[in-house]
Write a protein that binds this ligand. Structure first.
Ligand code: IMP
Length: 429
């Protein structure tokens, strides 16, 4: 029995989708515990590419069961669109997709307020995915949210929706000068969703406890990344949930003592989509090269991702706050052509050296990274399948990352396909 949490150890988009897909082979349950359809997990299977936003990528394995836990925020329109897309492509979710009755629902007013707020912020915007994630979590914390179980109870739902909509419409009118939402229209739409959602709704904490008692393997799939975590990330340029390992506990109700391992995923370099500090950002020429070679465009919004050198402070911070014991390093092949490769090992600002990741946004904004420089390998790696066949310079680079992170690398990925994977210690794949 193993209950493993898989966490993005940078700013998201580390390649968690591929890792989940690989680990799903030996997992009975795959569980999302935070975030919503702001996530974009890409899985490349043979000639087929799947991009999933809501439903765990483990759904592509016919025998796995997938769960959206209580910590997830659920956009029902996006959820049913995704089920439809999967069904058209021959993937059935019937009897193997479950949604927590305690999960909060993203409503159209959340999406609209997310967009309007970002527009008003001008130069101070966060660069959100505009999926309504922040406003939905804000309502949850503010005791104004509507949960799946509330939707399932018609009387409760009508009363809540009416009350909440009154407040939202007031905000829309007074602050944004925007037209209101109609209670009747929304009521009609969600009455249809109520019936469609009913077969998926469960007490998922109980479901997972039973699965654990039956010695099933459970994989907790983190979305976004640790540096986007609302507590541990680069606040305020973060998402609104706990994308770090602690989120898996609160966001599912699993007994914390049942977690057997927390695994991190990093890219061999760093990327970030949306606004916020990025100390090891590449200069423009290299940025374009890596964006193109690494296809660094957001899976959810299509925005180009900013790219930079591997930042050891970021990775170490993630190791610390997640208790990571192993790492998967993704997209090594994207660095194949570079003659020299840098690693950010510290920051410097006004004569002070920072060896651990600072919380102060001003330091992060202005700090200069201290770099180590390593020779590149300038050889293709995407067809390599064994550690010992990697160029010596690539192995040295990875070994240095291991030392700087303080955890062993278990997996190296050299391409998007399932087969383009090097198992370093045989413990994961
Ligand atoms: P939100 O989650 O839409 O509120 O966006 C907040 C920040 O998190 C923005 O910088 C987004 O670009 C970023 N973000 C949200 N989801 C993801 C993701 O899945 N990958 C990478 N960045 C994300």
């Amino acid at each position: 029995m193993s209950n493993v949490i898989l966490i993005g150890a940078q700013w998201g988009d580390e390649g968690k989708g591929k890792m989940i897909d690989l680990l799903a082979r030996t997992s009975h349950y795959i569980v999302r515990f935070q975030g919503g359809n702001n996530a974009g997990h890409t899985v490349d299977i043979g000639s087929e590419k799947f991009i999933l936003h809501h439903i765990p990528s483990g759904i592509l394995h016919p025998r796995t069961k997938c769960v959206l836990g209580n910590g997830v925020v659920l956009d029902l329109e996006a959820f049913f669109d995704e089920i439809k897309m999967l069904s058209k492509r021959g993937v059935s979710v019937r009897g193997r997709l479950f949604v927590s009755e305690r999960a909060h629902i993203i409503f159209p007013y959340h999406r609209l307020i997310d967009q309007l707020k970002e527009e008003r912020k001008g130069g101070h915007k966060i660069g959100t995915t505009k999926k309504g994630i922040g406003p939905c979590y804000a309502d949850k914390a503010n005791r104004l949210g509507i949960r799946v179980c509330d939707l399932m109870n018609r009387r409760v739902f009508d009363e809540r929706l009416e009350r909440v909509l009154k407040e939202k419409n007031l905000i829309l009118k007074k602050i944004f000068n925007h037209r209101p939402f109609s209670f009747n229209d929304m009521h009609r739409t969600y009455a249809k969703y109520r019936n469609r959602l009913a077969p998926y709704v469960r007490n998922t904490s109980l479901l997972l406890d039973q699965a654990d008692r039956q010695k099933k393997h459970i994989l907790f799939e983190g979305a976004q990344g640790t540096l986007l975590d609302v507590d541990h990330g680069t606040y305020p340029f973060v998402t609104s949930s706990n994308a770090s390992a602690g989120g898996a506990i609160a966001g599912t109700g699993i007994d914390p003592s049942k977690i057997t391992e927390v695994i991190g995923v990093v890219k061999a370099y760093t990327t970030r989509v949306g606004e916020g500090p990025f100390p090891t950002l590449f200069p423009p020429g290299l940025l374009r090269h890596i964006q193109e070679r690494g296809e660094e465009f957001g899976a959810t919004t299509g925005r180009p991702r900013r790219c930079g050198w591997f930042d050891a402070l970021v990775a170490r911070h993630s190791v610390l706050v997640n208790g990571l014991k192993k790492m998967a390093v993704m997209k090594l092949d994207v660095l194949d052509e570079l003659p020299k490769i840098k690693i950010g090992v510290a920051y410097r600002l006004r004569g002070k050296r920072y060896n651990s990741f600072p919380a102060d946004s001003e330091v992060l904004e202005h700090a200069e990274p201290v770099y180590e420089e390593w020779p590149g390998w300038q050889k293709p790696t995407s067809s390599i399948r064994r550690w010992r066949d990697l160029p010596i310079q690539a192995r040295r680079y990875l070994k240095r990352l291991e030392v700087l992170m303080g955890v062993p690398i278990s997996v190296v990925s050299v391409g998007s396909k399932r087969s383009q994977t090097i198992s370093v210690d045989g413990s994961l794949v």
